[in-house]
Design a protein around this ligand. Sequence first.
Ligand code: 8YV
Length: 313
Amino acid sequence: MTKPTVLMTGPYTEWDMPAMEQDYTLLKLWEADDRDALVAHHAAAVRAIATRGDLGASTQLIAALPNLEIIGCFGVGTDGIDLEAARARGIHVTNTPDVLTEDVADLALGLMISITRKLSEGERHLRDGDWLKGNMPLATRLWGKRLGIVGMGRIGQAVARRAAAFSMDIAYFGRSARTELPYAFVPDLVELSRRSDVLVATLAGGPATKGLLDAAVFDALGPEGYFVNVARGSVVDEPALIAALQSHRIKAAGLDVFLNEPHIDRRFLALDNVMLQPHHGSGTVETRQAMGQLVRDNLASHFVGRPLLTPVV
Ligand code: 8YV
């Protein structure tokens, strides 16, 4: 049997690539000098796109592939994929939920601890020899503080479970109240921000949430407030966040996601009240192994006609 042709938008982790090569004829978009020419030349053969949460699959790419059957996304966020175009043509889309939830929540807590307890400053204080001259400035307590979670999906709930162990007072904003959860629903995002010491974004990206966290939200958080984003850069009005950090209208931020990754706004680099991470929420060996396996299991299921494990469309 000939192997199905799969267009990959970017590399997967090293242990996934041999498994992908074994089962499929791979077209590696990132290695092509002329991407459009590669797509045009093989367009009719491509039956699947294997992409990543950060790379997605554009309207143009989907339109260029007349025999596309499925898009497998290595990541839970499908905001970079034109889902409407896929739906309109009956193209399946799968993602990798659940397997990464706890890791992303771990990183959110890590950022919350880092920025309140000044972990970067502490290390710099020691390495630069400043400890010999005196103690580092005092930090802020995290436990017992008021936490606002923006987006009470799987990752938001995993953050809440961890925050409960820190005796935090937890409230959330989302599309609707989750009455099964023991946390306060605040239907107004600015109001949630006003009542929070720490605001953490765990909501999905996409047109519906674009720029949702704006100047009004940061002003409501206030000069003693902390902001953490492990969701998508697009959910934040980035110029408003940078301005709030520059003018100390919020205290500090911990950011794992940005607009235009990896070419992030250079103004972030000049700020000393922000901890920056390179979109690494799911970046553990264990989770990336599980994500790769799930992408491959979905593709394999599709090509033998079994139900998809984690369909989005
Ligand atoms: C990954 C992500 O970093 O799950 C998502 O939506 O953005 C991340 O888990 C990304 O998909 C890997 O490239």
